[in-house]
Design a protein around this ligand. Structure first.
Ligand SMILES: [Ca+2]
Ligand SMILES: [Ca+2]
Length: 273
């Protein structure tokens, strides 16, 4: 949960008070030749803070990330399957259920802000984007047996029956499902290539504005399907809910495949600069 909106409101009230004060002064001194004061500055934007950062260089980078609260868990076969990656080592996934996960919040420290945020990571898929296999890539909550966590986001790649598109699925506070897609002809990657993925979300955008955005290598991808627009709802972060890099579930039939590196999460939606 966040507090800066309260601060913004206070600043707005103070600014209005300042304007009112200026108006009173001018009416009591009609002969003043002083130039009118400049208008008050707008309230400052919410300060973006990184809430989680991990090098994925090994088990300790998951148990104790460089930014964020610890308690992350590695689930791979073989155990702790970290291999040479983009910078140092990274996490290798190549089967159902393989991943690292971090709690959304632990000990009062948030790794994630469900209201708005940015999830960025490097990913080297082990497969071409148009092979006939569904993959799970990352998510901000659990998804088991078609039962996803309210207030979570899920990202992956479809098989042929869904035209090899990307899926980016958002569940609001009431588990209403918004499934965004990227058509297969609007993106692409080959096995072994490193790409920079960025997902942003904000449930508090104005009416008509999109809540989610997806970028690969700094380029925004066109989202089609059930496009979610604001304002929307979500849930508070919970200590028993998790951010998944790799598989969103340890069972099921949707596999994770590829090497991940350098995961970063911020508490506001930040487009690539
Ligand atoms: Ca690394
Ligand atoms: Ca494995």
């Amino acid at each position: 949960m966040r507090r800066h909106r309260v601060l913004s409101g206070v600043l707005s009230v103070l600014a209005m008070g300042a304007i009112a004060g200026v108006g009173c002064a001018s009416t009591t001194d009609p002969n003043s030749t002083n130039p009118p004061p400049p208008p008050p500055p707008p309230p400052p934007p919410a300060a973006a803070q990184m809430t989680l950062q991990t090098t994925l260089d090994g088990p300790s980078a998951v148990a104790a990330p460089s930014i964020g609260t610890g308690g992350g868990i590695v689930t791979t076969t073989p155990a702790n399957d970290f291999v040479a990656a983009r910078v140092g080592d990274g996490l290798r996934t190549d089967a159902v259920g393989e991943r690292v996960r971090f709690p959304q919040i632990s000990g009062g420290v948030q790794n994630l802000e469900n209201e708005s945020g940015t999830l960025q990571f490097w990913y080297q898929p082990s497969y071409d984007h148009d092979i006939d296999q569904k993959y799970t890539i990352a998510g901000t909550g659990t998804w088991k047996a078609n039962n996803a966590t309210a207030g979570s986001i899920h990202f992956g790649k479809h098989e042929s029956s869904n035209q090899f598109g990307i899926f980016l699925i958002f569940f609001d506070a009431n588990s209403v499902r918004w499934e965004h897609n990227v058509a297969a002809n609007a993106y692409g990657w080959n096995a072994g290539e490193w790409h920079l993925f960025r997902i942003t979300w904000d449930v508090n955008v104005a009416a008509g504005e999109r809540n989610l955005h997806l970028y690969i290598d700094g380029q925004e991808l066109p989202l089609t399907g059930e496009v979610s627009r604001g304002p929307q709802t979500t849930l508070p972060e919970r200590s028993n809910e998790f951010i998944y890099i790799g598989a969103r579930d340890v069972t099921g039939n949707i596999i994770a495949g590829g090497v991940y590196d350098d995961v970063e999460i911020w508490n506001t939606a930040i487009p690539p600069s």
